[in-house]
Design a protein around this ligand. Structure first.
Ligand code: BGC
Length: 890
């Protein structure tokens, strides 16, 4: 019996962190029913000295435990272990020893200088990627060596021809005007006696490549590099190889590489051996050093993008003949995000063009109009000879289909593979049920999450956009937390919010802030509010309290901004909008008959509803941080906004201005109505749904709340009907038409009209995938209790009135795996297999169990120890169960 899966700052043995009081977590094994931690002890030491011995701490806490020892120093490596006391007071063995190592904590620890080359493109003209090298000598036995490295732009580093790490798009995307993340790699095994070479290739990335539909060079005109190799010798001496004026550079085979446009690679220009000793670099140029002292260097906080899996074409390529050449169309069977790996053998100097698309035209050619100005094309020029393999370095595309033009001879499906790239967020949940269409919907949700979690949560991965759209992310975050562990991913993104907030407190529509699309300072309702909704969700799901503590001043400033810009508590009030201010994106892409992209729900209504919601979230956050005065202030604010909302938008009959589904859903979901009005409003909402013959009409803003609202007010059957609706607009319409990801629009493609307006028609946009969280909770029967963050208390309540035979959900909570697997037969006999993780407990509602004999592992329920009978609710039997495995039948 001992703790396992020790993590520090959410990582196993992290190298290079800069949190001064890192947070520890561990799990305890599920050895028996009811097992729970009652106390723990952590011992942390460094170089034989105890930095912290927590002593026995009486606490069930095994996540987010803050280091409270002696101050941590730059590069200090700390070993730690933990033991726990169980519910009977018995102490466990100590865990295996884990470690963490601090990064460079002081600016003066950086001995390298920023360097750059003379290669610069233009506002629209791309430039070759610089290759930089630095030879150095190792004359003594090496004990250890670490590389500290970052870039403005992207980097690929190697030592003696061996690449370092497996990150793609390092150092990641931040607002480079103020902050850049660095990485640390253990490169001890890369070094050799005698001459060594440190090599780096720089890419444009977000720093100086195209962003969205804007020009290049948004942050700077060319990529820059900062690195230092720190070598510890066996004899105790120490040496640093920094970036400085002694580095040399040239250009090579990467003629251009742009995230949006693609990469051109001429293999004839390869310099085999350029990053190994003995290479003659006399023709290379000296680099220049640059001063960038105001730039914050911070350790990487989010999981890096990595290659995740490889897809192969599902059939042989199809030939499309043109008068003098052939295009070969490959189908990977899945709309994915990443690059391809091309295998080709042919004559020197031949160039292959590689294009990408998510969907095909009726004639089988690529449909690329919806990519807008994204060229999304790679070029590969062969060097000739043996088989050549090409995988682009500093770009990615969103695609299912690949077109090769100029291929020598007839390609087969062996010639390409799709390499899936995304932020390496660990998989945490799986959902399946007896309806294959819902399973495909879940699959599509997962793939849209993969494709759009690339450094920051993006709207879409293919067209000239790919931005950290705040609205989209807040809509989807709850679902995202089920599929994958996104705690660190969002924690880093909160830092980007802090960087993006304007001095007035406004939050822009995209984070990191870039001036695409109208230079907005304020993202408006449902978009800017992501600044509260996202961290609150992360806190609830992972118990991550620090995210609330750290960004509390950001939240406060935001709420102040809303208060200052509202008129009589009405946000986006016409008086304010008349002064040239932005009212918001409305209920984006709603199908409510208004015929407008931003839907027919009044913007001041959406705005005021979200103002109220945000004020209430602030009250909750204040409460959880123990700021009771603030809690009161925000609570009063909520009440005032609620009053203003009712005054302005709600009639005595419960009609709500706009009379759209979204208007009703927001008012009901955010508790803006009195009980009597709730009933009337609910009736109006249902009337609208019925009038549309059981179709939703909501856009980005209303959709995530629609099914929850119906269920909350006892209309689960109606919610189920909407979920399983097969005609447009519905979740299953795209599924039935072959979608493998979530579409941006309900009508991205229809039988009647074909493709929607190419100006805005992505087939990989996760917003409508927000229904995933509802499926997990209501079908799978698994949810967190907002009162006990981090799944300390689990709610298990599958809906009885749905036409399914089984559903199965498992999920890695911070305490361990929770499982909910139920099946029922025609006679309404249920079997429910449940696992509750250690140190937690669950309240479960056994549907349709009232009046039946309930057995747990064959024993009648009242006789089962440790299961508490809480009574009956409707036709469900309600029980409390501690950690353990259970099998219920009734
Ligand atoms: C993006 C979004 C975003 C919207 C704002 C679109 O161009 O793709 O998903 O939320 O603009 O209205």
């Amino acid at each position: 019996m001992r703790p396992y899966e020790l993590t520090c700052e959410g990582q196993v043995n992290p190298l290079g962190i800069d949190e001064l009081s890192p947070r520890f977590a561990w799990k305890i094994p599920l050895l028996r029913r009811g097992i729970r931690q009652t106390a723990y002890q952590i011992v942390a030491e460094s170089e034989g000295k105890i930095l912290w011995d927590s002593g026995k701490v009486d606490s069930p806490q095994s996540i987010e435990v803050e280091y409270c020892g002696l101050p941590l120093k730059t590069r200090q490596k700390v070993y730690w272990r933990v033991r726990f006391w169980d519910e009977s007071g018995k102490v466990s063995d100590y865990s295996e020893t884990a470690w963490f190592q601090m990064g460079l904590l002081n600016p003066s620890d950086w001995r390298g200088k920023w360097i750059e080359t003379g290669i610069i493109g233009g506002a629209r003209v791309t430039a070759p990627a610089p290759y930089l090298r630095k030879p150095f000598q190792v004359k003594k036995p090496v004990a250890s060596a670490e590389l500290y490295i970052t870039a403005l732009g992207l980097y690929l580093a190697s030592i003696n021809g061996r690449s370092i790490g497996d990150e793609v798009f390092a150092p990641g995307w931040t607002d480079y005007h103020c902050r850049v993340q660095y990485q640390v790699y253990d490169v001890t095994s890369h070094l050799q006696f005698g001459e060594n070479v440190l090599g780096v290739v720089l890419g444009d990335g977000w720093y100086c490549g195209h962003i969205a539909n804007m020009d290049r060079q948004q942050y700077g005109d060319r990529p820059r590099l900062l690195a230092q190799l720190m070598i510890q010798y066996m004899d105790g001496s120490f040496e640093i190889v920094p970036t400085d004026e002694t580095w040399r550079y040239t250009s090579g085979p990467i003629l251009e590489s742009d995230l949006i446009m693609g990469e051109s690679y001429d293999a004839r220009l390869e310099m085999s051996g350029w990053d190994t000793p003995g290479w003659n670099d006399t023709g290379w140029f000296p680099v220049h050093t640059v001063q960038l002292s105001s730039l914050n260097l911070v350790a990487r906080k989010n999981p890096p993008v990595r290659r995740q899996e490889v897809l192969r074409p599902v059939q042989e390529p199809v030939e499309l003949r043109e008068w003098n050449r052939s295009r070969w169309i490959f189908d990977l069977g899945q709309n994915m995000v990443g690059v391809i790996r091309l295998r080709v053998k042919g004559e020197r100097g031949r160039t292959i063009r590689i294009r990408y698309s998510e969907v095909l035209n009726p004639d089988g050619s690529l449909y690329t109009q919806s990519l807008r100005s994204a060229r999304a094309t790679d070029y590969y020029t062969l060097k000739g000879g043996e088989e050549e393999i090409f995988e682009p370095h500093f770009t990615f595309h969103g695609f299912r289909y690949v077109e090769l033009t100029g291929f020598p001879g007839v390609p087969t499906r062996e010639n390409i593979e799709g390499v899936v790239l995304h932020s390496d967020t660990p998989i945490s949940g799986t959902f399946i049920c007896s309806d294959p269409f819902l399973n495909q919907l879940q699959h599509n949700i997962e793939w849209s999450q993969k494709g759009n979690f690339i450094e920051v949560p993006t709207d879409c991965p293919q067209r000239d956009e790919r931005l950290g759209w705040t609205g989209d992310a807040q809509v989807f975050i709850r679902t995202a937390t089920f599929n994958r562990n996104v705690s660190r991913f969002f924690e880093k993104w909160m830092q980007d919010f802090a960087d993006a907030q304007s001095s007035s407190g406004a939050i822009p529509p995209v984070v990191p802030k870039v001036f695409a699309f109208g230079q907005l300072e304020d993202g408006g309702p449902a978009w800017a509010d992501a600044v509260l909704i996202c961290p609150w969700t992360i806190y609830q799901v992972y118990g991550n309290r620090r995210i609330l503590e750290r960004y509390y001043p950001v939240f406060q400033k935001f709420i102040e901004y809303l208060k200052n810009t509202s008129v009589g508590w009405i946000r986006s009030h016409p008086d304010w909008v008349d002064q040239g201010n932005f009212p918001g994106f409305g209920d984006w892409l709603a199908q409510d008959g208004s015929g407008k992209v931003d839907g027919g729900t009044p913007k001041d209504l959406i705005a005021t509803a979200f103002f109220a919601h945000s004020a209430r979230l602030m009250a909750k956050i204040a409460r959880c941080l123990g700021k009771s005065k603030d809690e009161q202030v925000y609570h009063t604010m909520f009440e005032k906004i609620r009053e203003a909302f009712n005054r302005r938008f709600v009639t005595e009959d419960g009609l709500i201005v706009g009379r759209t589904q979204t208007a009703y859903v927001l008012a009901l979901s955010f508790d803006l109505l009195s009980e009597t009005l709730q009933e009337k409003a609910l009736e109006e909402l249902l009337r609208d749904i019925r009038q549309r013959d059981w179709h939703l009409s909501t856009g980005f803003v209303g959709t995530p709340y629609l099914l929850w609202t119906l269920t909350k007010f006892g209309k689960a059957k109606e919610a189920w009907k909407l979920l399983t609706q097969r005609t447009m607009p519905s979740w299953l319409y795209p599924v039935l038409h072959g979608a493998t990801t979530i579409w941006e629009r309900w009508d991205g493609w229809t039988e009647e009209k074909g493709f929607q307006d190419p100006e805005m028609n992505s087939f990989n946009h996760y917003a409508y995938g927000s229904v995933g969280a509802w499926m997990v909770s209501m079908i799978g029967g698994l949810d967190f209790d907002p009162e006990y963050p981090g799944y300390r208390h689990i709610l298990m309540k599958p809906l009885p009135d749905i036409e399914l035979d089984f559903a199965s959900v498992d999920y890695q909570t911070p305490y361990g795996k929770v499982v909910s697997r139920w099946q029922k037969d025609d006679r309404h006999c249920w079997k429910w297999q449940v696992t509750i993780p250690p140190s937690t407990c669950a309240t479960a509602w056994l549907p349709e169990a009232v009046g039946k004999e309930v057995l747990e592992s064959g024993v009648p329920l009242p006789a089962v120890e440790m299961i508490e009978w809480l009574g009956e609710e409707g036709d469900a039997v309600k029980i409390r169960i501690p950690a353990g495995n259970y099998e219920f039948c009734w």
